[in-house]
Structure formats: structure tokens, C-alpha cells
Design a protein around this ligand. Structure first.
Ligand code: PMV
Length: 324
């Protein structure tokens, strides 16, 4: 697996983009063009780190993620785009690692592809502003279009890139408690699951229509930092996304018993006046939005259900950065 590479090496770090309103489904006419608009927050403290160098002459890409060699075709469309932009056909040696569970519905693909896009662009001497990297990272994984930015982002339906909505310090009290219900990789990739939903779910079109209708209220609730209002809209978004998946042939079911327990706990906490609003993605993990002042209590309550787990607590975090 080890190969000699040229001396020059670039390391980039990115954090995952957690969708508050979900991207689920692709439009025709481009790679990873979203059928639905999404709003997201970049999660500080969770990190994907990519180290890249040119591959030895005449050899292709070698990609190692958390110590495991990856099939190069997953990365080829994005890396080919970068090579084309730079008019440079050399291969790359890429080593990437995450400080949190990979491919388990914690948006590791968003941060992973964002970090690789940034590191390779810099190696090739291309611009590395998030605005320029967003449409390139998107080719790797849709949500990576958002992860190059810090703070809060918007990715409109059909758009080739995401745009910043609010900076990282916009909502300092906001916390995201991440409950890793099951750390194993997910049963079906988001790419395959989105395609199956589009192809076979009788609710897919309704989901796409409804997601568009949620956007304005979502943007407004976020702008006013109103967690209760935002939470209600977030819940509509993720529940309706899963509604469309459950109706697919075969049904797509990322949830596990622990996911449901965490959801019910959030409902109970809200009944007691505590702002704890959950969301989920393409995996069993549950992410709970709450305020800094309620974190201790939420953790205590979670402990009763998940005594063997230590949830991560994230705050809004920075976008792509380089390690000099
Ligand atoms: O970028 P992908 O292909 O991993 O898809 C992300 C899909 C969701 O996480 C479920 C939603 C989102 O907007 O991030």
C-alpha cells in the first residue's frame, strides 16, 4: 500500500456539515445537483484530515482512508475535475482520516471530500477559496459543497455550489450533541439510497415539493436564532425525508432501536420545557440541537438510556483550513 511520493505535501482539515434542512435526491443534468434545498451547520471539533502529495510518475491515484485503501473510482470524478482545471494529469497519494466514526451517518463524506478537494487544489496551485472549492467538492459528495464553509450554509435546489448564510460566531450558544447509536458503517450509501428513493418512492415528488416550501421558514427561524421554531422545521424536514425513504421499494431504514429511544427522549425533554431538537441523516446516529445551558442535562438524561456511550458535543465550527 505504501508508495513513494514526491516531497511536496499538503494537509487540509474540514469538519462535517450537518443539515438542518435536508438534501435528499438529485436533479438530472449534473453530478450531485440537489433536488431539494438544504441549510446546514458545520460541526466544530469533528475533523477529517487529508494529506496529499503527487503520486510517483506514471502511477494513478492511491487513496487511503483511516488506513484502508479505497476504490479510486469513488474519488475519480472530483480528482479528474481538479486535474482538468489545473491541466495537470499526475496522480495523487491521498491519506485521509477522521476523528469520529466514518460512513455511519455523521456526514464524514462531507468533511472528507471537502478536505481532499482543498488539499489537492492547493497542491495543484488552484484557488482554495471556499466559493471556488464548493462546486468541486460537491462532485465528490453533495454535502461537501457546504462543508468547505464554516458556520451556517445554504445550498439551493439545483445549485452547483453552497453559499454562506451566517458566520461561525453567529449563534455561540448553539450546541449539537451527537449520539453514536451504532458505529458500524451504514447498510446502504446515501448515493444509492437517494437514487432508490427517487426511482421507487411514491412520496418522492411530494418530499421534493415540500422541502422547497420549508425553506423560507427555515431561513427565517435560523436568522432569528429561535431554536424552538427552527426545531419544528428541522423535524418536518428529516421526518419527511425518512417518510420518502420508508416508502421506497425496498424500504430504506437507517434507524435502529437506539435511534428511536433518543428521539423519544428529546420529545420527553421538550415536554419538560427543554429545547432539545433532534435530526438524523443517512445512518442511525442522532444529533440533538440544544443550548449550551442545557447540554449537561441532556447528557445526563442520555446517560440513562445509553450508559455505555459518550456523546460528542459540537458547536458551530470553521470551514476548510490548511495545516502549514
Ligand atoms: O452528501 P451525501 O451524498 O453524503 O448526502 C447527504 C445526505 C444527508 O446527510 C441525509 C442530508 C444532507 O443534507 O446532508
Amino acid at each position: 500500500m505504501k508508495r513513494e511520493s514526491s516531497m511536496q505535501e499538503i494537509t487540509a482539515v474540514a469538519s462535517p456539515s450537518l443539515a438542518l434542512l435536508k438534501y435528499w435526491g438529485k436533479q438530472d443534468g449534473g453530478i450531485n445537483l440537489p433536488a431539494t434545498p438544504s441549510i446546514a451547520v458545520t460541526l466544530g471539533g469533528l475533523e477529517s484530515r487529508a494529506r496529499v502529495a503527487f503520486a510517483p510518475d506514471g502511477t494513478g491515484d492511491l487513496i487511503v482512508l483511516n488506513g484502508r485503501e479505497q476504490p479510486p473510482h469513488h474519488f475519480a470524478p472530483m480528482l479528474n475535475e481538479l486535474r482538468q482545471l489545473a491541466r495537470d494529469d499526475r496522480g495523487f497519494v491521498i491519506e485521509s482520516s477522521n476523528n469520529f466514526p466514518t460512513a455511519a451517518g455523521l456526514a464524514s463524506s462531507s468533511s472528507g471530500f471537502a478536505a481532499v478537494a482543498g488539499a489537492v487544489a492547493r497542491l495543484l496551485g488552484l484557488p482554495t477559496e471556499p466559493e471556488q472549492l464548493s462546486p468541486i467538492a460537491r462532485i465528490g459528495s453533495g454535502s461537501a459543497a457546504r462543508a468547505v464553509f464554516g458556520g451556517f450554509t445554504l445550498w439551493p435546489a439545483g445549485a452547483s455550489c453552497a453559499t454562506p448564510l451566517h458566520p461561525v460566531d453567529f449563534w455561540p450558544e448553539l450546541r449539537v450533541v451527537v449520539v453514536t447509536v451504532s458505529a458500524g458503517a451504514k447498510s446502504i450509501s446515501s448515493r444509492a439510497a437517494m437514487e432508490a428513493t427517487r426511482r421507487s418512492s411514491p412520496y418522492y415528488e411530494a418530499w421534493v415539493r415540500d422541502a422547497a416550501a420549508l425553506l423560507e421558514d427555515g431561513i427565517e427561524a435560523l436568522a432569528s436564532r429561535d431554536l424552538e421554531k427552527l426545531g419544528v422545521i428541522m423535524r418536518r424536514s428529516y421526518m419527511r425525508m425518512f417518510g420518502s425513504m420508508l416508502a421506497a421499494d425496498d424500504p430504506i431504514l437507517y434507524w435502529r432501536a437506539g435511534s428511536l429511544n433518543a428521539l423519544l427522549l428529546c420529545e420527553e425533554l421538550r415536554g419538560r420545557g427543554i429545547q432539545a431538537w433532534e435530526t438524523m441523516d443517512a445512518g442511525p446516529q442522532v444529533k440533538i440541537l440544544t443550548e449550551e445551558s442545557s447540554v449537561e442535562l441532556v447528557l445526563e438524561e442520555l446517560h440513562a438510556y445509553f450508559p455505555e456511550k459518550t456523546p460528542l458535543v459540537a458547536a458551530p465550527g470553521p470551514g476548510l483550513r490548511f495545516v502549514e
